[in-house]
Design a binder for this molecule. Structure first.
Ligand SMILES: [Zn+2]
Ligand SMILES: [Zn+2]
Length: 354
C-alpha cells in the first residue's frame, strides 16, 4: 500500500532572528530592532519603531507620529486600515490595535495561512484612536505587558471623573495639578478625559508637539497651552499641567509649585508604585489590554496557536495551555521606553525640548 501523500511542512510565516520578527517568504520584518531593508511598523513607540531601516510601512493615521520619531529623511509608506499590499506572495494588511493613534495589528496571509501580530493593543474605549478590531487567524502573536490576573482596569469614565475631581480639589487647596503621562498616546488620552471647563491646560513641549499631530489627524482634544510660553503672572493653582514622566523632579517643574503630582499608568494598579515614585496620586489608565482584555482578544481571533511576547509571558502561556491552546513564549525586544512597556526606570522622552 502506498503511503498517503503528506503536504510538505510550510516554514513558519514569522520567526525571530537577530534583527527581529522576520517573514522569510515575504522578506520583511515586523518592528525590527536593527536596520533592515523593509520594516512593517505596528506603531511609533520607540520600542517598536527604530531608526535606520531603508523603508517603513505603516498605517495612514500613523504616518505623522512615525515621521516625528524617524525624521524627515525616513522613507515611510502608508496604507489604510484593511488595505493590502503583497510582498513575494505574502499579503500584508494593517488593522486597528486601539493602542495609540495609528497603531496596527499586522495580518499576513500566505497560501491560505493567516498570522496576526498584535503589536501593543487594548480593547478599552479611547477617543484618540481607532478601536481594536478582532482579526481571525491561525496564529496570533500577542503582547502580554499586563498578562497577570491582578491586572484589571477600572472603567475609563470612572478614571476620568477621578482625575477631574482631583484637579478641582487641588484648585481649592491652591495647588497646581501635574499629571505625568507618556508623551505619545497616553498624554492625549488623558487630555481627552480632562474637563476643560475646570481651568486652563498646559503641556510640556514633548506633549504639546504630539497634541498638534493628533489634532492634524482629526482627533478632538481640548485647547492646550505650551507651558514654555506662559507669562510670569499665571495662576498655576488653577491649571492642569501634562508632562512626560521624565519631567518628574526636574527644574522645569519648579515654576508650577506648590504642586500636586500624579501619574496615569497601568502600573498604578500595583500598591507601592505611587509611593516609590513619590507621587501624590496614581490613576490606573493603560493603553495595554488588561488580563480579561488579553483573553478576550485572543479568543476572538480563533487562533489555534498563540505566541506570547512582552511582559508576563509565562503566566499567559500557562493559562492558554490549560485552556486547550497551543501556546509558547517568544523573545522579542518590544519593551522599554515611551509607553508602559516596563514598570520602572523608563527613559522616555529623554532629551526632548521642554
Ligand atoms: Zn506601545
Ligand atoms: Zn510596546
Amino acid at each position: 500500500m502506498m503511503e498517503a501523500e503528506r503536504p510538505l511542512p510550510m516554514p513558519p510565516l514569522l520567526r525571530v532572528n537577530a534583527n527581529g520578527l522576520y517573514c522569510e517568504t515575504g522578506d520583511f520584518y515586523v518592528d525590527p530592532w536593527c536596520s533592515v531593508a523593509t520594516a512593517v511598523i505596528t506603531h511609533a513607540h520607540s520600542d517598536h519603531a527604530r531608526w535606520g531601516s531603508d523603508r517603513y510601512l505603516t498605517s495612514e493615521p500613523g504616518v505623522a507620529v512615525l515621521r516625528a520619531r524617524m525624521g524627515e529623511s525616513a522613507r515611510i509608506e502608508a496604507i489604510s486600515y484593511g488595505e493590502a499590499v503583497v510582498h513575494n506572495g505574502v499579503r500584508v494588511s494593517l488593522h486597528p490595535a486601539g493602542h495609540i493613534l495609528g497603531s496596527s495589528q499586522i495580518r499576513l496571509e500566505y497560501r491560505g495561512e493567516v498570522w496576526v501580530v498584535s503589536g501593543d493593543y487594548k480593547l478599552d474605549p479611547d477617543p484618540t484612536c481607532t478601536p481594536f478590531e478582532a482579526v481571525r487567524c491561525h496564529t496570533f502573536i500577542t503582547e502580554s505587558t499586563f498578562g497577570l490576573p491582578i491586572y484589571r482596569w477600572p472603567a475609563e469614565n470612572v478614571v476620568a471623573a477621578a482625575i477631574n475631581d482631583w484637579w478641582r480639589s487641588n484648585q481649592q487647596l491652591g495647588l497646581a495639578s501635574v499629571i505625568f503621562a507618556y508623551s505619545l498616546g497616553k498624554a492625549q488620552r488623558v487630555l481627552a478625559a480632562l474637563d476643560a471647563a475646570i481651568g486652563p491646560i498646559y503641556c510640556h513641549g514633548a506633549v504639546e508637539r504630539l497634541n498638534g499631530l493628533y489634532r492634524a489627524a482629526g482627533v478632538r482634544l481640548p485647547a492646550t497651552h505650551y507651558a514654555h510660553d506662559a507669562g510670569k503672572d499665571v495662576d498655576w493653582s488653577r491649571a492642569c499641567i501634562l508632562a512626560p514622566p521624565s519631567a518628574a523632579g526636574s527644574i522645569w517643574l519648579r515654576r508650577f509649585s506648590p504642586v500636586s503630582t500624579s501619574f496615569a499608568s497601568g502600573w498604578m494598579r500595583i500598591r507601592g508604585t505611587r509611593r516609590r515614585r513619590a507621587l501624590d496620586r496614581g490613576f490606573v489608565l493603560s493603553d495595554h489590554a488588561d488580563w480579561p482584555g488579553l483573553l478576550a482578544a485572543i479568543s476572538a481571533t480563533g487562533a489555534e496557536c498563540v505566541m506570547v511576547t512582552h511582559g508576563y509571558r509565562a503566566p499567559l502561556v500557562r493559562w492558554l495551555e490549560e485552556h486547550g491552546k497551543q501556546a509558547r513564549a517568544i523573545e522579542t525586544r518590544f519593551e522599554g521606553e515611551q509607553d508602559e512597556g516596563t514598570a520602572e526606570g523608563s527613559n522616555d522622552d529623554a532629551g526632548e525640548p521642554a
